[in-house]
Design a protein around this ligand. Structure first.
Ligand code: PMP
Ligand code: GLN
Length: 385
């Protein structure tokens, strides 16, 4: 058996969702919205299942979806893509990450990772033979500086894996920090895999800046996206890769032996959805922002310290002011005794763990958020927190 996978535990998302079911807890752990998602996009999928083509689509994705992806990013991110040579459809961002890492890493190559990092990153890097070099980010601002990059980059650095907006932090990497990173990437002749799945879920008028829109990174960036996040349909697992032809070609080679293709009916629906009017995307943000504000206010009224959240579905509570420093124990107690599931942020670190942040998903109906706040209020009172 492969030692890496044989020694891995079940992911924190699966574990917490399972515990939530066992304890009949309100599940604010794993990140998924509780509404059914946009009607017309689901309708487009249903029609395509019933009336459309359900055999293998082309390996790189349906032409109509690849064209829609190119048009979407030209419209929203000022990125011009050649849909035939620079766009690939994958089975979720997860497959896009796996294909990109397998394609771009040779055993022994160093990969710069920013922690907290999405749980799939490290095992996928290691399975590809990559050697991780960590940059550790900390609340409340989760920023990196030149000194940290200086320590992480070496002559063996080949790939940088960045996530912006950042899950679980709810942070957006500042433009000046992206420029700083670009200096290092250029100097080391490296490639950046940029996980931009949260690109549309930004708040307070902030805009996502794609690495592909930074001229000196245009040929060095592999951008990853996910329709699951763009349309709040997380189970769909339709992802995408956008990159310059020399990079995309080799990522596509890896993709063709991972999943080869992605369900064509969902591709048709995503192509339709990407062409929706701007108000759909702004409306979705406004709804999520209102949910964020409702939940943040409720937590603050309980005396809890809420960290800033500028993007994603996630709010973090700083448990240090409660005199606590074990986020895993706190989440275990919360799911059992409060009946609310959350995610310990330390699960997103490999070393130098931040153990005082707890992540809650607020992409839920008002009554679900209010129900969770009531349970948390009882818990806080009982525990004397
Ligand atoms: N990257 C990040 C940062 C994520 O948060 C997620 C899922 N929430 C993924 C990748 C996986 O996306 P998908 O479900 O499209 O595989
Ligand atoms: N990305 C989701 C989260 O951060 C979970 C995805 C998963 O369960 N693998 O909660």
């Amino acid at each position: 058996m492969n030692k890496l996978f044989a020694s891995l535990p079940t992911t924190v998302f699966e574990t917490m969702s399972q515990l939530a079911r066992e304890h009949e807890a309100i599940n604010l752990g794993q990140g998924f919205p509780d509404d059914p998602g946009p009607d017309d996009v689901r309708q487009a999928a249903a029609v395509a299942v019933y009336e459309g083509w359900n055999q293998y689509p082309p390996m790189p994705g349906l032409p109509e979806l690849r064209q829609a992806i190119a048009a979407h990013y030209a419209r929203f991110q000022q990125v011009e893509l050649d849909w035939q040579q620079e766009v690939l459809v994958t089975s979720g961002a997860t497959e896009a990450l796996a294909a990109s890492l397998l394609a771009l890493i040779e055993p022994g190559d160093e990969v710069v990772l920013f922690q907290p990092m999405y749980d799939a990153y490290l095992p996928l890097v290691q399975r590809a033979g990559g050697v991780p070099r960590f940059v550790t980010l900390e609340p409340p601002h989760w920023r990196f500086g030149a000194e940290q990059l200086e320590r992480a980059f070496t002559p063996r650095t080949r790939v940088v894996l960045l996530n912006t907006p950042l899950n679980p932090a709810g942070a957006i990497v500042a433009r000046e920090d992206l420029e700083l990173l670009a200096d290092f990437v250029e100097r080391h002749d490296a490639t950046v895999i940029c996980d931009e799945v949260w690109e549309h879920i930004t708040f307070d008028g902030e805009e996502h800046c794609s690495l592909l829109s930074i001229p000196r990174l245009r040929e060095r960036t592999v951008k990853i996206g996910s329709a699951g996040k763009i349309f709040s349909l997380t189970g769909w697992k339709v992802g995408l890769v956008a990159a310059a032809p020399p990079l995309l070609t080799v990522v596509a080679r890896a993709h063709q032996y991972l999943t080869f293709t992605t369900p064509p009916n969902l591709q048709v629906a995503v192509a339709y959805g990407l062409g929706k009017e701007e108000s759909f995307f702004t409306g979705q943000r406004e709804r999520l922002q209102a949910q964020r504000d409702r939940f943040a206010k409720g937590l603050e009224q309980l005396g809890l310290k809420v960290l800033p959240c500028r993007a994603t579905y996630f709010l973090n509570v700083d448990i240090a002011p409660l005199g606590l420093s074990d986020d895993v124990a706190f989440c275990a107690q919360l799911v059992r005794e409060a009946g609310v599931a959350a995610i310990p942020v330390s699960a997103f670190y490999a070393e130098e763990k931040v153990t005082t942040a707890v992540r809650f998903c607020f992409a839920k109906a008002d009554e679900v958020l209010d129900g969770a706040l009531e349970r948390l209020a009882d818990f806080v009172r009982r525990e004397g927190l």
